[in-house]
Design a protein around this ligand. Structure first.
Ligand code: P6P
Length: 328
């Protein structure tokens, strides 16, 4: 049964989670607790981000992550905070993080869930006070409760996600997530430390006037993508690119638009990661009436083979995605 989404704007996250849980009479509350654990960790990260310039957590650590990308201090802090929150919460038996090579076993073998997470996406924007975000994806484990979690728990495929969401640390901090019952947004009231329902049942506009891609790479894009972008320009669409997936995605979700990260010389297979960027964003997009594709198939239909595999991503308003696919 559909949960009672008539909850008024202003409802707290906890009350909303309880109302969603009530739609699942057999729910035992573990997923609800897991969502609360993620929300708590995001409040801690939010505080660190807001103080970044004051407590010397900007800049790079001097180490690289599994992606070969320079780790920022806040990347590492966010990774530690989320892993600790999920370990202490007890609901999660395994985690895959952008910042860690291998699966992280939480020491909770009875945890029913596994989480794929990009603790801090867009972190090259930190030092210049541009929006960054956290992206998460939640699955029920397929291995027996009590056993050692396996790769299969994390490579189930996008359609097996039980929840997905992001936190955008922007002009305000907003948590947007879905459990398959639509998409809702909660703005953090900093004075209360509470997430408050501010965007009920978010629907992706069918079309839009914004295209979002790194125009510095356009010359490397496949011809058909360049053709599509020329069409956007001829239609006087607006180019907007923040360089932070969560921020670009959220703007397009609210206003309508299309985000494109095609193959480039540096990333011939695409740059964005399937498990903790594309799958969760695709789940949210589809739940809001949008579309997400790699140009050949829906992102959610892709069978994952590697924890950190990358791919091409086109996501946003369904009519714009359809036009792109027609062009391709
Ligand atoms: P580029 C950030 O590093 C990220 O993973 C996404 O958040 C963002 O959309 C993309 O990469 C930006 O990549 O190559 O345009 O800087």
């Amino acid at each position: 049964t559909q949960p009672d989404l008539a909850l008024p704007v202003g409802t707290t996250l906890d009350r909303f989670i309880l109302s969603e849980q009530s739609a699942f009479p057999f729910a035992t509350g573990e997923l609800s607790q897991l969502l609360r654990d993620i929300a708590l960790a995001s409040k801690i990260i939010n505080r660190e981000i807001n103080r970044a310039g004051l407590i010397d957590v900007t800049g790079a650590t001097g180490t690289d992550n599994v992606q070969g990308e320079s780790q920022q201090k806040l990347d590492v802090i966010a990774n530690i905070r989320f892993i600790r929150a999920l370990k202490n919460g007890g609901e999660v038996c395994a985690i895959i993080s952008e910042e860690e090579d291998d699966i992280i076993l939480t020491g909770n073998p009875n945890g029913k869930y596994v989480v794929a997470i990009d603790p801090l996406d867009g972190s090259s924007n930190i030092d210049v006070n541009v929006s960054i975000g956290t992206i998460f994806s939640i699955y029920r484990r397929v291995s027996p409760v009590g056993s050692v979690p396996t790769l299969a728990d994390l490579l189930q495929g996008g359609r097996q996600q039980v929840a997905a969401g992001y936190v955008l640390y922007g002009s305000s901090t907003i948590l947007v997530f879905t459990t398959g019952q639509g998409v809702n947004g909660f703005t953090l009231d900093q004075s209360l430390g509470e997430y408050i329902l501010s965007h009920t049942d978010i629907k992706q506009p069918r079309t839009g006037s914004i295209f979002s891609c790194n125009e510095g790479n356009v010359a490397e894009y496949p011809d058909k993508i360049q053709t599509y972008l020329n069409t956007c320009r001829q239609r006087r669409m607006t180019g907007r690119y923040i360089g932070s997936l969560v921020a670009d995605f959220h703007r397009n979700l609210i206003k309508g638009g299309i985000y494109l990260y095609p193959s480039t010389r540096k990333s011939p297979g695409g740059k964005l990661r399937l498990l903790y960027e594309c799958f969760p964003m695709a789940f949210i997009a589809e739940q809001a009436g949008g579309k997400a594709t790699d140009g050949r198939q829906a992102i959610l239909d892709i069978t994952p083979t590697d924890l950190h595999q990358r791919l091409v991503l086109y996501v946003g308003s369904p009519d714009l995605i359809d036009e792109l696919l027609t062009t391709i």
